[in-house]
Design a protein around this ligand. Sequence first.
Ligand code: T3D
Length: 266
Amino acid sequence: MAQSTILLERRDLGSTGGVWRLTLNRPDKLNSFTRAMLTEIGDALTEIEADAEARALVITGAGRAFCAGQDLREAAAVEDGEAVRAVIERHYNPMIRLLRSLHIPVMAAVNGVAAGAGASLAVASDLVLAAHSASFSFAFSKIGLIPDAGATYFVPRLVGHARGLGLALLGDTISAETAAHWGLIWQAVPDTEFGSAVETMAGRLASLPTAAVALMKQAVSAGEHHSLEQQLALEAELQSRAAETEDFQEGHTAFLEKRSPHFSGR
Ligand code: T3D
């Protein structure tokens, strides 16, 4: 696949699978999204989903930014409601759906500013690590738009209605440390430790019982809109499937043998 606006790499873990890394790669424009880039991201996520041996995905940005959202120069060229609807329905919404349906854990490694739909992409990931110098801005109101790419869904669920709506209304930029303090992201780490923290976390995610992770993600997502009864029934169903995995056998045996488990993801 010809790739110019993203970099896609797969680090082989031998018999236990591989870790994917998707780098948004328009550093001179702060990795803002063009149609071409969104198409490449969609293709990449489809390729990753088809990789039955994948164990984790890391999404990050090249250069000093994570992603500054929609490329506003490209958007200006097609500026009307139907064109915006089309790009959302053809690109942004499928990207978020694909990301959320991946069977593997997804980490956003936020190396710098995450603005607009770039911030939306980050918070749609399963776990967000950010460098202290990174920041988050749902700056849509500054250009007369509303948050999209799932931000109106994820942000209030992560930080609560008051802060979620406040971030949307004011479009304020918050630091990585504030984002962590508010529960928008998992952790903010000093810049000097960011690279190693990302590698360590990617390794941890890749060593998880991946089949159970997929079921866990399904359960937690469904819990957002289920009643307790529905969720208890779903947990029983999904737990019975987790209990049929090789990793459950390994985890159980490892406990009894007083050793660390070595999960294969199966
Ligand atoms: O429109 C639709 O299709 C609907 C979908 C909308 C989804 C959205 O994401 S809307 C929100 C779009 N994003 C923004 O509003 C953020 C715009 N960017 C900024 O506010 C600032 O660039 C930042 C706060 C992110 C960073 O500021 P700073 O001072 O660190 O950098 P800079 O100098 O502003 O940017 C550096 C370069 O990147 C610069 O290019 P130049 O002048 O050197 O050639 C700048 O124009 C470019 N850049 C940054 N963000 C964008 C961008 N170019 C195009 N689109 C951008 N979003």
